[in-house]
Design a protein around this ligand. Structure first.
Ligand code: AHR
Length: 324
């Protein structure tokens, strides 16, 4: 009963947010082909990490700067909430829908509905697994497989002798979890000294990373390296390692992905050993693409974000200018 009430309440909350628009408001407005203001329905994953918070701010700030009327919804990491939000945007006849899919599969039906309503869709940050490429105009975001490869390359170059790795995976079924695992495995394949002894999802959250790491520390007799699919899970793992009386960054090396401020701070303090960057500041490029697709202009099918990596020394130098 309680569960039903909670579920109903969150659906109402989602629609309240969607209907009110969570609009960024203000400023001048940008118009599409028909001369009307461009309205973007944006279905965000949630607020699971520092990366996501920075991404949301970038989208909201840049919509405002571009004069695009933004309707924003937070799916609380649930696919059904994102699907409901997209359906609501279709009903509201927005000019363009943008979203970052919680998971890779299960989108064809709702995206077909958007296509039939002549509403262009832009995938941002995460892609979908579908054979029908006509369901969206473009995909703007990182190359997650490459991020996993960078993590694997650093590991291979920086450890010697038998090395036991535990992996904190992102949300099960999400593109960055699947691809970061794949790229990493590619690079350690054939390195007989390196073994992934445990791998489990921490759902991209700090609490998830901490909880899973606590369990790993109890079940694994020897852990040399943590590979966390994002900074937040790595930061949760640091708490668990300290609580177990070990020194993060020394007794157990830590590799993460994102390079948000908290992660970069831990890296420059020596508690993380290496971070692969994943850039959340996609707002400007997203608004530029939105203006083009609304006008019916051609856009590239794939726009890849440029990113680097950080060692402890590089983090110390970069931290003062870090925006997020
Ligand atoms: O899709 C991007 C990933 O999602 C980020 O790496 C992670 O922090 C977020 O939750």
């Amino acid at each position: 009963m309680l569960k039903k009430i909670t579920t109903a309440a969150s659906v109402v909350a989602l629609f309240a947010l969607t209907a009110c628009g969570g609009s960024s408001g203000g400023g001048s407005t940008t118009t599409g082909q028909s001369g009307d203001t461009i309205t973007m329905g944006f279905a965000q994953v949630g607020a699971e990490s520092g990366w996501r918070t920075a991404n949301t701010k970038s989208v909201q700030d840049e919509a405002k700067a571009a004069g695009i009327d933004l309707k924003f919804s937070d799916a609380q990491q649930k696919q059904e909430n994102q699907i409901k939000a997209i359906r609501s945007y279709i009903q509201q006849k927005v000019s363009v829908i943008a979203f970052s899919p919680v998971v890779e599969t299960g989108w064809d039906t709702v995206l077909l509905e958007a296509k039939r309503a002549n509403i262009p869709v832009i995938l941002t940050d995460r892609s979908i697994d579908s054979d029908d490429k006509s369901l969206y105009k473009t995909f703007l975001g990182s190359d997650f497989v490459e991020e996993g490869r960078k993590a694997g390359d650093w590991l291979v170059a920086n450890v010697s002798g038998p090395t036991n790795v535990v992996e904190l995976q992102g949300t099960t079924g999400a593109a960055p979890a699947i691809d970061r695992k794949k790229g990493f495995e590619e690079k350690i394949a054939g390195k007989s000294d390196i073994k992934v002894v445990a791998s489990q999802t921490g759902d991209f959250t700090r609490s998830g990373g901490k909880q899973v790491m606590e369990a790993f520390l109890k079940s694994q007799p020897k852990i040399d390296v943590v590979y966390a699919h994002n900074d937040d899970m790595g930061l949760g793992a640091i708490e668990a390692i300290k609580a177990a009386g070990k020194v993060p960054g020394k007794d157990i090396k830590i590799i993460t992905v994102d390079a948000v401020k908290d992660g970069m701070t831990a890296l420059s303090n020596g508690e993380i050993n290496f971070i692969v960057e994943c850039n959340p500041l996609l707002g400007k490029q997203l608004m530029d693409l939105a203006k083009k697709v609304v006008k019916g202009e051609e856009v590239p099918a794939r726009v890849v974000t440029e990113e680097g990596t950080f060692t402890q020394e590089q983090a110390k130098a970069a931290l003062p200018q870090r925006q997020y």
